[in-house]
Design a binder for this molecule. Sequence first.
Ligand code: IPD
Length: 299
Amino acid sequence: TQTELQAILNYTVALAREAGLLILEGSAKIRSSGAADEKKNSVDLVTEYDVAVERLVKNRLSEKYPDFKFIGEESFAAGSRPELTDEPTFCVDPIDGTTNFIHGFPYACISLGLIYLKRPVLGVIYNPFLNQLYSAILGGGAYLEQASLPAIRLPLADPPRPLPSLSQALIGIEWGSDRSLEMVEKKGESFKRLAGDPATGVVKGKMAHSLRSLGSAALNYALVAQGGLDIYWEIGTWPWDICAGVIIAQEAGCFVAGGRDAPLDNDVNERVLWGRKHFVIRKIGDTETEKGVDAQKRL
Ligand code: IPD
């Protein structure tokens, strides 16, 4: 129920803030000692802090909610791969934007989601560098709390200004950690279409205002929810990168879609959570949103 979700939200918000302190401390230490390990290749990075933050969060969640299941980026990497069932399941990325965390580029966060009946129903994204906390529960709206200001309902402009044309969109993209020539070429083609290739672009003959690469899938979702980005598109995400973001974006009125064959707006299911391709668009007027959703099929 909403009351149960609200209670879980209160607990997970406090936990995310506590994890945030460890993330800040870790980022400062890593920058002076430089201790990052490579996962798959020289750009897929993990640090002792990813592991420590996940341990903290996992322990706290299992103390408080012993019956809930847990999927986490680092537990997954260490071989724990629970199947997604209808049971309540926390889905956590302890540090989303690990590369930013290592460099001190202030866009890294903890992303903490709850899945129930195979769809995200609660999300908390906390960026301790900017002290910004995004949250949502199913049916309860999405919120942003920053510094000592009161929480503001998302999207920030109410009603959000509809874009007159997708050509005026600011679009989030990511390079991801798979830099094989094949992947970079594929992504490059999609970036070209997003930026405004005259023949195949999202808006024929016109460029988008610009592309941005922030380095955190969760924060890209949060920024579309906020209205700072109009679209976010990526191949290569994992459930823990996007679980919290999906519900925050949806509660802020955004349209979320998986790959070509996995539309998910109100039907976020296992296939989509585990799908690697994601497209989020803020509601920018019915026609433009529709055009955008249509265009995502060509990406
Ligand atoms: C990654 C970041 C990155 C995105 C990748 C994610 P990590 O997560 O969100 O921006 O491009 O798809 O896996 O490794 O920093 O937790």
